[in-house]
Design a protein around this ligand. Structure first.
Ligand SMILES: [Fe+2]
Ligand SMILES: [Zn+2]
Length: 373
């Protein structure tokens, strides 16, 4: 019999203990009383049902997508109409994206003055590590919902002490010194494409996402991208937009890059070298994480340009996620698949998908397998 059978572990005390092990981070989430979403993607951040979250106020849910590999997490949280969440501080990084609603956030250092800034749908900002903060809903009738990417899993699992993580007197004054105006949107992107700012009022206002995106599209006409640097952190994120009729080259890198769709419709293919390809369909509100060193490729099949925001760490990491490799062809030892090296079925499927919505593939000048123009 050639059939593969899974070796059953003997039921020793040690194995039982190993199977029942929960990391300090898992135990913390359980104590918070919220369930966890797992898997490859969250189809719609707007539609996820939330659970009352006593310690924070409001309601929430944790998200540990497969692609994070325990490196980072997200949670979705909703502030009820007319209410504020409870103040909190923590030593781990947290980056906040407003899914819906409007409101304000107050931030202060222990014993220092409060500063408050306002936000709305698709605002984007980061909480400086260990600064106190409190989110307020600005509407008396509508809830406000956000998704936050955090370093909680690796910080809680490293220190294993919740007082150290949540009640630590240390002030990271290299990150935030309490000065007023800290959360103001900086005027314009830096030369070179990055944008150093602690607040973005609306990621969707593409007039501000002004840099030509040369990477990964082979100079796709009309593709735009901007990298964000916030609160002097190691978090790196970028917004990326490209037009109807185009898709990007496949590439791979390290774990934990959360891709949030703001505009457009399409799908992403994700696969581990030599294993079956997974398709993740997307629309505004979808969030997914390509698992570590899985190839992934994003396809716009909608009738308007698509826009995503990718939040994670990684741009400075070697090999898995290192910029020196992610833009370099596989043939040269990099982690990008050039169009001419692609499985021909990928382009054929794309042309069929885009034809079915009444649009056409526009990649004639870029892709050797293209049948249009
Ligand atoms: Fe990627
Ligand atoms: Zn084509």
């Amino acid at each position: 019999m050639a059939q593969k059978t899974k070796t059953k572990q003997p039921e020793t005390e040690y194995n039982k203990m190993a199977m029942a092990y929960k990391s300090p981070y898992e135990r913390w989430k359980e104590a918070e009383g919220l369930p966890t979403i797992r898997g490859l993607s969250v189809p719609s951040l707007m539609d996820v049902e939330l659970t009352p979250w006593a310690s924070r106020g409001g309601s929430g849910i944790f998200v540990n997508l497969l692609g994070t590999g325990g490196f980072n997490d997200t949670y979705i949280c909703e502030i009820p109409p007319g209410k504020s969440l409870n103040p909190i501080k923590h030593i781990y990084e947290e980056t906040v994206f407003i899914v819906s609603g409007r409101g304000a956030t107050s931030v202060w250092l222990d014993g220092g003055e409060k500063q408050t800034f306002e936000w709305g749908k698709h605002s984007y900002f980061a909480m400086p590590p260990n600064a106190n903060y409190q989110h307020h809903n600005g509407s008396g009738t509508e809830p406000a919902r956000y998704v936050a990417m955090t370093a909680a899993p690796r910080v809680i699992d490293t220190f294993k002490n919740l007082d150290f993580v949540f009640k630590n007197p240390f002030v990271f004054d290299d990150r935030f010194d309490g000065k007023a105006g800290y959360f103001t949107q900086a005027d314009s992107p830096d030369p070179g494409g990055g944008w150093t700012t602690n607040f973005i009022a609306d990621v969707d206002s593409s007039s501000k996402i002004a840099t030509d995106s040369k990477a990964r599209g082979g100079r796709t006409p009309g593709a735009l991208g901007t990298g964000f640097n916030m609160v002097n952190s190691t978090v790196r994120s970028h917004a990326s937009s490209w037009p109807v009729g185009f898709y990007k080259k496949a590439h791979r890198h390290g774990p934990g890059i959360h891709v949030l769709l703001l505009r457009g419709e399409g799908y992403s293919l994700m696969w581990k070298d030599g294993e079956p390809v997974q398709t993740v369909p997307w629309k505004p509100g979808t969030m997914f994480v390509p698992p570590e060193m899985w190839f992934h490729q994003h396809f716009n099949t909608g009738k308007e340009p698509c826009l995503f925001l990718a939040i994670g760490w990684g741009s400075e990491k070697p090999k898995a996620g290192g910029g020196a490799y992610v833009y370099k062809s596989l043939k040269e030892g990099g982690d990008q698949i050039e169009f001419e090296d692609e499985d021909p079925a990928i382009h054929k499927d794309y042309e069929e998908a885009i034809a079915s919505v009444g649009a056409t593939c526009e990649m004639g000048g870029l892709h050797p397998f293209c049948t249009s123009g």
